[in-house]
Design a protein around this ligand. Structure first.
Ligand code: SAH
Length: 261
């Protein structure tokens, strides 16, 4: 099937704005449930349409509706209404110094999207449900060409993590720690839509430095790099055969043709 509609689902408005600007997107009316505070944007690319949906502001606490609770409902409504050929969740994440990660590294999801904070030990019956292990579309060659790292994205409900959650992240072989990808990936899998998480590392979670302080200090100088890679990835994927993106290797000429950074 030819990819003609890509949807980007973004948790925070400040993550979405650089992408909206880079892709010259315009806000559009939508028929998602009006009681969800989500916003939608679109842009016409050479070979198809790009949609961006951002979660919106919590009407009670007036901050971005981040986290799986924030994005689950939006993901369901957005996929039901826009019916994209593929769904990408660009966003920020924590990385791991022990893996050699640095703020600014950009990971594309590989293997499967996992939870690290839905723990039921010693109940083995709910073990795998808790971890989730939701499908993500492998794009190893595109990742290599775009200078993206590949790794497991592990999701939890908090910027912080307990010792037990840290232990689960090790079991998950987590490369990037976020708060949304697994919740979105489950909905994508339920609705049969291929899913990719694209995460820029804003902080390292296995250092003595507070993740929030690192996030605050790094966000503004890093977030435009994510928008650059979102543009490059969407430019490559749009118009390609969905079944072939896992083996799609792009030549240097393609990179130049697509003006891909
Ligand atoms: N307090 C922040 C907002 C939350 S940061 C602010 O100052 O704006 C958490 C958001 O960034 C979530 O959307 C999550 O997906 C991502 N994130 C970045 N670093 C993370 C980390 N170390 N752990 C979990 N999520 C992280």
């Amino acid at each position: 099937m030819t990819i003609k509609k890509i949807m980007l689902l973004v948790a925070m408005n400040k993550e979405a704005q650089p992408i909206i600007k880079k892709m010259n997107m315009r806000e559009i009316e939508h028929k998602m449930d009006s009681q969800l505070p989500a916003f939608a944007f679109e842009a016409d690319m050479d070979k198809g349409k790009l949609i961006l949906v951002v979660s919106g502001k919590c009407t009670i606490h007036e901050v971005d509706r981040i986290g799986t609770q924030g994005l689950n409902l939006v993901a369901w409504e957005a996929l039901k209404f826009f019916k994209p050929d593929i769904l990408i969740n660009p966003g920020t994440a924590g990385g791991f110094k022990k893996n050699g990660s640095m703020p600014g590294d950009i990971f594309v999801s590989t293997d499967s999207i996992k939870y690290h904070d839905r723990l039921f030990h010693p109940d083995m019956h709910f073990l795998n449900y808790g971890i989730g292990s939701f499908k993500c579309a492998p794009i190893p060659f595109i990742a290599k060409r775009l200078g993206l790292k590949e790794g497991v994205v592990s999701t939890g409900a908090s910027l912080l993590s307990s010792q037990q959650e840290n232990e689960q992240m090790v079991k998950n072989k987590a490369a990037a720690k976020d708060m949304e990808a697994a919740g979105i990936a489950e909905v994508a899998q339920m609705r049969g839509v291929p899913f990719i998480a694209l995460k820029i590392i804003t902080d390292l979670v296995d250092t003595d430095d507070c993740p929030q302080n690192q996030f605050t200090n790094n966000f503004d100088k890093l977030i435009t790099h994510l928008a650059d890679k979102v543009q490059a990835l969407c430019t490559i994927l749009m118009g390609e055969q969905l079944e072939k993106i896992s083996e799609l290797s792009i030549s240097h000429d393609d990179v130049l043709k697509h003006k891909i950074s």
